[in-house]
Design a protein around this ligand. Structure first.
Ligand code: HEM
Length: 112
């Protein structure tokens, strides 16, 4: 029961993060095609809505349910000996750092 629920929330997190990233990508693409300020600022706002409304909640769901499953069913730090699992956690950690440094600076206009 607990395992089933955790898997459900993990897959739900994956669906949300992917839906959000597709939305961000399309809104970003659109914002670059517009020359008038108003529609352009609407497209930029849509980027934020997709990030904060879908990508961030999805990532949090993945992190919480994934950590929970590792602690409960995969022997904690033992996950380091399971290649696909270590890869998933490693890539997530990399994306987390990259998303909160380079990408965040870029979207908030503070990058060169
Ligand atoms: C973008 C990030 C991630 C994506 C897209 C993702 C996606 C997936 C998918 C599709 C599965 C197979 C689901 C199933 O059939 O049960 C899975 C399994 C799993 N993931 Fe992730 N995951 C991500 C991040 C993480 C993180 C950060 C952790 C841990 C901290 C984690 C831990 C696990 C575990 C323990 C399983 C095994 C579930 C089972 O026993 O069925 N994942 N993940």
């Amino acid at each position: 029961m607990e395992y089933g629920l955790l898997r459900f929330f993990h897959v739900l997190g994956a669906v949300l993060i992917n839906a959000g990233l597709i939305g961000v990508w399309l809104a970003d693409l659109r914002s670059r095609q517009l020359s008038e300020l108003k529609p352009c600022s609407e497209a930029v706002r849509n980027i934020t809505v997709f990030y904060d409304g879908l990508v961030v909640p999805g990532a949090l769901l993945l992190l919480i349910s994934g950590t929970w499953m590792i602690a409960q069913f995969y022997g904690g730090w033992n996950f380091l000996h399971i290649p696909w699992l270590a890869g998933m956690v490693g890539l997530f950690a990399f994306e987390f750092v990259e998303g909160n440094t380079i990408t965040r600076l870029y979207f908030s206009g503070r990058a060169a």
